[in-house]
Design a protein around this ligand. Structure first.
Ligand code: GAR
Length: 202
């Protein structure tokens, strides 16, 4: 069975989609560990309810004890490797930019969900920015993607993408809801695809 480690920072609705896909035998692996960089992330509750081990580690704790961001990433990588030897690391709403050393350690095994199309709206608050552009009349659609992770934020090779229309009369909440619903479909599919491709490459 393939080991999947999921990194989250918030609600974890995409983690839930992965948990549901696994329960239906459609993920191609098992979620072996959920990591959060925020103590209050609701995704931790979702993981506990599904009996998945969790790890909570905040950057603030590191900074408060005089350590660096690189220390945080190095320790996190070591912990993940030691406990689960992951076949795939999934960033599902993980709001922390990983340092090149972390990415290098798990080369080709990290994928990220981002609520924008390739080459558009890289970085944080992509949905808010898409909505602002829609309201300003300069955007009629946005999208989502799952992509391989490289050190350049949101620039890795796309695995799956989907356009999402902005519809006249949309509130930000309506657009967000449409985006999240599509994410919950695309993320489990991308995980299954990447794990299958890994098998074919053997
Ligand atoms: C998702 O919309 C995901 O695309 C976004 O965070 C949300 C997490 O929702 N990720 C990023 O913006 C990364 N740049 P969730 O916690 O309910 O899964």
């Amino acid at each position: 069975m393939k080991n999947i480690v999921v990194l989250i920072s918030g609600s974890g609705s995409n983690l839930q989609a992965l948990i549901n896909a696994e329960a239906q035998g459609q993920l191609g692996g098992r979620i072996a560990l959920v990591v959060s960089n925020r103590k209050a992330a609701y995704g931790l509750v979702r993981a506990a309810e599904a009996n998945i081990p969790t790890l909570v580690r905040t950057l603030k704790e590191y900074k408060d004890s005089g350590k660096t961001r690189e220390d945080y990433d190095r320790d996190l990588a070591a912990h993940i490797e030691a406990t689960q030897a992951p076949d795939l690391i999934v960033l599902a709403g993980w709001m922390h930019i990983l340092s090149p050393a972390f990415i290098d350690q798990f080369k080709g095994k990290i994928i990220n969900l981002h609520p924008a199309l390739p080459g558009e709206l890289d970085g944080a608050h992509a949905i808010d920015r898409a909505y602002e552009e829609f309201k300003a009349g300069t955007r009629t659609r946005t999208g989502i993607m799952v992509h391989h992770v490289i050190p350049e934020v949101d620039k890795g090779e796309p695995i799956l993408t989907k356009e999402i229309p902005c519809v006249a009369g949309d509130t930000l909440e309506m657009l967000e809801e449409r985006i999240h619903a599509a994410e919950h479909q695309i993320l489990p599919n991308a995980v299954r695809l990447v794990l299958q491709q890994g098998d074919e490459a053997l």
